[in-house]
Design a protein around this ligand. Structure first.
Ligand code: ATP
Ligand code: MG
Length: 245
């Protein structure tokens, strides 16, 4: 398993955002996290990416522990683990004052000490793959929503993570672009054996992309199953009710 999450709990003061959440992710597998607003999906993802610290539980990425029963590895090790988990944010979080190419090269060069030549070659490779090579010198405000999304994906991929996390990748896109992003994500998972975690409200998108689904409620995973099995099980009232909303 590329990612193992065991019994993680995250509190904000008295609020329990994520409660005893466990799951694992195989190589090349795509897992969707669904559930109502406030269910704890983003918080769970932020903990897995190392942007937020859990209070309890264990997270292991590609054999390297990030934390064990709530105790974190040291800063240097945390950075190593974080390199293995890419994150694409809901609003893309591109740096407005940097070009597309600079956006992608920033973290490998500044944070991870990759040589500029290597970072540029890798960045261009992903831009080519995502059909954006001609936008390398453009600035974020000059791009469409779908193009910004693809730059954010290239930026998350350039460090060659084992796992990539998406928070609502289609919320800013029209249906046709959503379909395109579904294709890009599936292609990456297949071609690079990348494991993918996706938060989505879009059930069609979840059906199109995910191998497996976890349904969260009040910080807990309350349903889990293969995508087709879970969505087509009409006896599952919780899922049917969620889908009809
Ligand atoms: N930084 C924070 N400080 C305090 N409470 C927080 C913080 N981040 C999240 N929460 C709380 O934790 C709970 C889970 O929030 P989270 O953002 O993980 O939900 P979500 O499932 O991603 O919802 P949405 O679908 O609306 O994005 C919510 O009750 C939220 O108010
Ligand atoms: Mg969220």
């Amino acid at each position: 398993m590329v990612l193992q999450v065991k019994g993680i709990t995250k509190r904000f003061k008295t609020q329990i955002a994520v409660k005893d959440l466990s799951f694992s992710l195989a190589e090349g597998e795509i897992l969707a996290l669904i559930g109502k607003s406030g269910a704890g999906k983003t918080t769970a993802l932020r903990c897995i990416c190392g942007l937020e610290r859990v209070d309890e539980g264990t997270i292991v990425v590609d054999g390297l522990p990030l934390c064990t029963e709530g105790i974190y590895v040291d800063q240097k090790e945390v950075r190593k683990v974080r390199q293995k988990v890419g994150m694409v944010f809901q609003n893309f979080n591109l740096f407005p004052h940097l070009s597309v190419l600079e956006n992608i090269m920033e973290s490998p060069v500044r944070v991870y000490g990759m040589g500029k030549g290597e970072a540029k070659a890798k960045a261009m490779d992903f831009l080519q793959k995502l059909d954006l090579a001609e936008k390398a010198d453009a600035y974020p405000h000059e791009l469409s929503g779908g193009q910004k999304q693809r730059v954010a994906i290239a930026r998350a991929c350039v460090l060659e993570p084992k796992v990539i996390c998406f928070d609502e990748p289609t919320s800013a896109l029209d249906p046709q672009l959503s379909e395109e992003i579904a294709y890009v994500i599936k292609d990456l998972a297949k071609e690079r054996n990348l494991s993918v975690l996706i938060i989505t409200h879009d059930m069609n998108f979840a059906k199109r992309t995910a191998d497996r689904v976890i349904f969260m409620e009040n910080g807990e995973a309350v349903e889990e199953g293969r995508t087709e099995t879970l969505f087509e099980d009409i006896s599952n009232e919780r899922i049917q009710k969620f889908m009809s909303n």
